[in-house]
Design a binder for this molecule. Structure first.
Ligand SMILES: Nc1ncnc2c1ncn2[C@@H]1O[C@H](COP(=O)(O)OP(=O)(O)O)[C@@H](O)[C@H]1O
Ligand SMILES: N[C@@H](CCOP(=O)(O)O)C(=O)O
Length: 312
């Protein structure tokens, strides 16, 4: 359960007065989140998600909320942030920065089928295209500098096999010049728990709190690694090719991206291998339920290191 900040009925009722969203009917803490405190909130005007930002830098929040506003305003299936009566999409509650966004229908899927992978590939391509007209810019907080620093923190704490993998990966990725790859707005964490479906219809893309400006191909690699690999770390050819094809329906990859692709896939796997290994090595106090297994990302990373990628 990740409701870090408690909100009473009266506190929420008073908070909602700042928004033109009607009267509070009811609310409930959401257990799935790991970064923020989230509540489902029902008012006489609709269904909402209230987020209290626990760890993100306050100055980064306008980028995330502005992006969600930009995308939802163009018909993208992301949640539109509500604006307060004063026009702000970022307010505060109980000492935390807060946002109220539309609640989207649907559920996340753990075992996606081919049609769902196709829908996610299309949605990712559409996000990259829609992001081109978004003026905001943000650095990737899990980019190459973070990967280098996190690897260095981990190296003295891990076993010999893990050390060898981390060191070889740092050396391999030093060959990649990210600046040569097309950049734009990326989601950067489009995992299965961040997409909602009603049957095979994609109804929501959520959790834009790692979104940033970075290489578009990296975002495709992050998404493929989560949605389209089997438990042994191998790409699942049917799901992988369907997602790639659907993505390319919105945006074609250029020659530089194709040449860099094997290293991009490795960088995308390395990022989550490192964050998971870090959380295992330095567990956060009170976080028992949500620590994710680094081994799956070790297998994905080793697969990409040792095998030629499936055709793009
Ligand atoms: N706009 C939304 N519509 C419907 N459900 C949402 C929405 N935003 C978040 N959720 C629900 O809240 C959960 C946690 O949200 P998420 O943004 O992933 O939190 P965290 O950033 O803390 O990981 C999601 O798994 C989903 O169930
Ligand atoms: N989707 C990620 C979790 C989000 O990244 P983190 O850096 O906040 O751990 C995963 O499944 O590892």
């Amino acid at each position: 359960m990740s409701v870090f900040t408690k909100v009473s009925h009266n506190e929420l009722r008073d908070f909602l007065k700042a928004y033109p969203v009607g009267e509070l009917i009811g609310y409930q803490g959401i257990g799935e989140g790991v970064e923020n405190t989230n509540y489902f909130v029902d008012t006489t005007d609709g269904r909402w998600v209230l987020t209290l930002f626990e760890r993100l830098n306050h100055e980064d929040l306008p980028f995330f909320l502005g992006l969600m506003d930009h995308l939802a305003g163009r018909g993208y299936p992301s949640a539109m942030p509500a604006r307060s009566r004063e026009g702000a999409n970022l307010t505060s509650l109980n000492g935390k920065p807060a946002a109220l966004v539309r609640r989207l229908v649907g559920q996340s899927v753990l075992f996606p089928n081919i049609a769902q992978c196709q829908a996610v590939g299309r949605a990712l391509g559409e996000l990259h295209v829609a992001g081109l007209s978004f003026a905001g810019r943000a650095d990737n907080t899990r980019g190459p500098a973070w990967r280098q620093a996190t690897a260095e923190t981990l190296l003295p704490r891990v076993d010999a096999a893990q050390r060898a993998l981390i060191e070889s990966e740092l050396a391999a990725q030093a060959q990649l010049d990210w600046a040569t790859l097309p950049q734009g707005v990326i989601h950067a964490d489009l995992f299965r728990d961040n997409v909602l479906f009603v049957e095979d219809r994609l109804t929501g893309v959520i959790d834009f709190y790692y979104a940033c400006t970075d290489a578009l191909a990296y975002d495709l690699a992050v998404t493929l690694n989560d949605w389209c690999t089997d438990p042994d770390g191998r790409p699942n050819p049917a799901r992988w090719q369907m997602m790639t094809l659907a993505y390319r329906g919105s945006r074609e990859l250029n020659a530089a991206e194709r040449a860099a692709w094997p290293l991009v896939l490795r960088a995308a796997a390395f990022r989550f291998y490192l964050s998971r290994l870090y959380d295992w090595t330095f567990p956060r106090e009170g976080d028992v339920v949500h620590v994710k297994d680094p081994e799956q990302y070790r297998r994905i990373l080793e697969w990409h290191r040792d095998q030629a990628p499936l055709p793009l």
